[in-house]
Design a protein around this ligand. Structure first.
Ligand SMILES: NC(=O)c1ccc[n+]([C@@H]2O[C@H](COP(=O)([O-])OP(=O)(O)OC[C@H]3O[C@@H](n4cnc5c(N)ncnc54)[C@H](O)[C@@H]3O)[C@@H](O)[C@H]2O)c1
Length: 409
């Protein structure tokens, strides 16, 4: 079925804002690129973008036709191949992909080899240049990443670059002493201490004054040293781990049980993922990063140490991008009556994530425009593990975002 064209009044762009996607050839980035092209041409409605509805719509946000895409990736797969996979999976409409070939080619021309994370050796389609970059001393890796971002900004006359991490989930890393403050982290970099790629990307971005959004469960800008850097340099940042599916539903439902004083006994969740993200999460060290975030939100809302919770993730290739989650909740009511609720969530992971990435880019640009540095606490509703802490209750998080928006109109 072909998508209807929506007629729009065309106003020339006033400025150009760069979106530097780390993981530029992945499913989310591909949906961002083709989705943006569809929104600009009028072939798509802005469904799923919170910045297109009240109260966020009333803000002076960067326009979608003012965004310019570039990014890093460590694989050699072309953007067209990534798009074809999503067309076959029923996520991207074929006519949208055909109509956006010019924009896709422009984005492809702005993708540079990224830095490979240490434990990720042996990836399919690995770009040998990324393996070489990933083995350089950390200071040199940062310099390469920064040079790519600066070249992108200069070539496209950008007023700002917002960096978004949508790369594969990294292996879980325990907290390190050298991350505890900026001086220790800088000293560790000087000494050549190996760092997760997400941390180096975040350091490169924040140090150069680029707002940073971490959509992944990887460490990124969440380590104390980089929180300090963002605060002292006055650069906005947010993360971690986009809240798009099962956890979104959990953080809406769990407050209901609390508000009705119903005692949750068990909350067991099971996720099946068929896309490349699911394949990465097959590895236990990578899965650990994701599982921590998924369980933490629920435990924080229910605030009852006796509740039994569990989350499982399995890779089921035939599902492709259509993630399926099944949750079983057993609870107790008055008179000790035991009851249960079950829900099944089936959604296209990338179609859910892409509009959130656009929302976050616009909010990060706005924060930078207003001189608001440090953690963007008002974006907590977008994340499973919001930087800066606070409640996991989606309703309350969204109310905070609304308040932020109303104060800035
Ligand atoms: N889709 C969702 O709903 C959702 C929700 C929350 C979080 N996320 C997270 O978003 C990320 C991206 O998801 P996706 O489905 O697009 O995954 P994907 O596997 O399709 O894409 C990830 C891309 O990152 C690239 N990459 C890997 N290591 C890199 C590095 N060091 N530097 C640069 N690029 C690198 C890969 O080559 C790949 O092209 C994952 O971490 C996922 O957990 C997704």
């Amino acid at each position: 079925m072909s998508t209807p064209r929506i007629e729009r009044v065309s106003i020339p762009p006033e400025r150009a804002v760069g979106v530097w996607l780390i993981g530029a050839r992945g499913a989310i980035s591909t949906c961002v690129a083709y989705g943006l092209a569809g929104l600009r041409s009028g072939a798509l409605e802005p469904v799923g973008l919170a910045t297109e509805i009240e109260p966020l719509r009333g803000l002076e946000l960067v326009r979608l036709d003012e965004l310019v895409l570039g990014g890093h990736d460590v694989c050699t797969r072309s953007l067209t191949d990534s798009a074809s996979e999503l067309v076959r999976g029923g996520v991207l409409p074929q006519d949208l992909v055909e109509g956006a070939s010019e924009g896709a080619a422009a984005f492809e021309a702005c993708i540079r080899p990224g830095i490979l994370d240490g434990p990720d050796v042996g990836l399919a389609d690995l770009d040998p240049r990324s393996a070489a970059l990933g083995s350089l001393p950390p200071r040199e890796q940062v310099a390469c990443v920064r040079a790519d971002m600066e070249a992108f900004a200069a070539a496209n006359a950008l007023t700002r670059v917002v960096v978004v991490d949508v790369a594969s989930t990294e292996a879980w890393r325990e907290e390190r002493e050298e991350w505890s403050d900026l001086a220790s982290f800088e000293a560790a970099l000087d000494a050549g201490s190996l760092q997760p790629a997400s941390v180096l990307y975040a350091y490169a971005a924040l140090g150069a004054g680029h707002p940073f959004v971490n959509f992944t469960p990887s460490r990124g800008s969440s380590i104390p040293a980089l929180v300090e850097l963002a605060d002292s340099a006055g650069v906005p940042h947010c993360g971690n781990d986009g809240k798009t599916g099962e956890t979104l539903v959990k953080t809406v439902l769990a407050p209901m049980f609390r508000a009705r004083a119903l005692k949750v006994l068990t909350w067991q969740g099971y996720n099946m993922l068929g896309n490349r993200d699911g394949e990465v999460l097959k590895e236990s060290a990578h899965r650990e990063s994701k599982l921590r975030n998924k369980d933490e939100a629920l435990r924080a809302i229910l605030a009852d140490p006796s509740v039994h919770t569990g989350v499982g993730i399995d890779f089921v290739p035939s599902l492709e991008d259509w993630k399926t989650a099944w949750d079983f909740i057993q609870f107790e009511g008055f008179l000790g009556a035991r009851m249960s609720l079950q829900f099944t969530w089936s959604g296209s992971d990338s179609a859910l994530a892409a509009p959130l990435v656009l929302d976050l880019v616009r909010l990060a640009d706005l924060a930078a425009e207003r001189g608001e540095g440090g953690v963007m606490k008002h974006t907590a509703s977008f994340f499973k593990a919001p930087l800066g802490g606070g409640t996991h209750d989606f309703g309350r998080q969204f109310a905070e975002l609304g308040r932020y928006a109303l104060e800035r109109r």
